[in-house]
Design a binder for this molecule. Structure first.
Ligand SMILES: Cc1cc2nc3c(=O)[nH]c(=O)nc-3n(C[C@H](O)[C@H](O)[C@H](O)COP(=O)(O)O)c2cc1C
Length: 323
């Protein structure tokens, strides 16, 4: 048997194989952030195609944290009800599913006139505009929004959640020294920049108990002078894992606009290897994986425990057409 098609464990879940569908926004949500029949069909079709785990696209925990005007959210029971239909359709194919919980921070498009929030008042670019540095009250609400979103997801039939701390969104903004200039308990040094993500993992784990899966997606490199490097990301995740993470999904980039990247981009796959050497929980690698030979090479070299295949699955829902 190939390594790709051998079963593997993430927390309490046993996946039938090592191939994961990573979160990919479909831009098909309603203006209010509801999932639709489109999502039911899209995700069920990919589950039927043979992946071991489906991770639903970025799903906002609050209206002010939405990434797009056509993304989806899980900030009310009505939103969760529609998502529970998506979860049921994936489960009917015998595949477990997680939902990726997100808040865009300074890269949000707040719905309904909500505030643009960030660790510090530093804009991503002129288009998003200047965010407001989060107060203790904002942080308390954020933690509560993550907790409630995770509860709704699991009540709705998902096996757990992936916390979005990649691609320059809010939790990534807290982890990176380029976007977090706070000098309180949430910023100032590496340990304090990890304090809010740690608080959120603890809150979600406390809410869900030990069984549901909790993963975190990170950008392990900012590709910019003074930003996160894979080694810094490995140290951050070493602090975070013990608060209740079952796996880390290693992506890269997104904190600063492409034109502001002062270093040549570090490939996500290379980052995964650094994280795997530093952590004892499963690592999911992603980025440009296109063939069975790619998957076998990554798994047999011990660079990761699972691989995610994104864009090819949008074109060919059946894994057999890709691998
Ligand atoms: C259309 C599209 C939407 C995406 N949406 C998300 C998302 O919601 N959350 C996320 O963490 N990554 C998102 N990504 C990144 C993918 O999960 C993945 O990391 C990236 O496509 C690289 O993997 P690939 O080379 O296999 O496609 C998106 C990518 C694409 C192409």
């Amino acid at each position: 048997m190939t390594l790709a098609f051998s079963p593997g464990r993430i927390g309490s879940l046993t996946l039938a194989n090592r191939i994961i569908m990573p979160p990919m926004q479909r831009y098909e949500g309603t203006a209010e952030g509801f999932a639709t029949d489109y999502h039911v069909n899209h995700y069920a079709r990919r589950a039927r195609g043979g992946v071991g785990l489906v991770i639903l696209e970025s799903t906002a925990i609050s209206p002010e944290g939405r990434l797009m005007s056509d993304d989806i959210g899980i900030f009310s029971d009505a939103h969760a009800l529609m998502l529970s239909r998506v979860a049921a359709a994936i489960r009917a194919e015998g595949v477990p599913a997680l939902v990726q919980l997100s808040h865009g921070g300074r890269k949000s498009r707040p719905h309904g006139g909500g505030p643009l929030l960030a660790p510090s008042a530093i804009a991503y670019d002129d288009r998003y505009g200047m965010p407001r540095a989060m107060t203790e009250a904002d942080i308390g609400k954020l933690v509560s929004d993550f907790r409630l979103a995770a509860r709704r997801a699991v009540n709705g039939g998902f096996a757990g959640v992936e916390l979005h701390a990649a691609h320059g969104y809010l939790l990534h903004q807290f982890l990176s020294p380029l976007s977090n200039l706070r000098d309180d308990e949430y910023g100032g040094d590496e340990a304090r920049r990890a304090a809010l993500p740690a608080r959120i993992i603890r809150a979600v784990r406390e809410e869900l108990g030990p069984k549901p899966v909790v993963t975190m997606r990170i950008s392990a490199s900012d590709n910019a002078e003074g930003g996160l490097t894979p080694e810094m990301a490995a140290r951050a995740l070493s602090r975070l894992a013990g608060h209740g993470l079952d796996a880390v999904h290693v992506s890269s980039g997104g904190l600063v606009p492409p034109a502001a990247q002062t270093m040549s981009p570090v490939e996500s796959l290379a980052c995964a290897q650094v994280l795997r050497a530093a952590l004892s929980i499963p690592i999911i690698a992603v980025g440009g994986i296109k063939s069975l030979a790619d998957v076998e090479a990554i798994l047999s070299a011990g660079k990761a425990d699972f691989v995610a295949i994104g864009r090819p699955l949008l074109i060919y829902p059946d894994l057999s057409r890709i691998l």
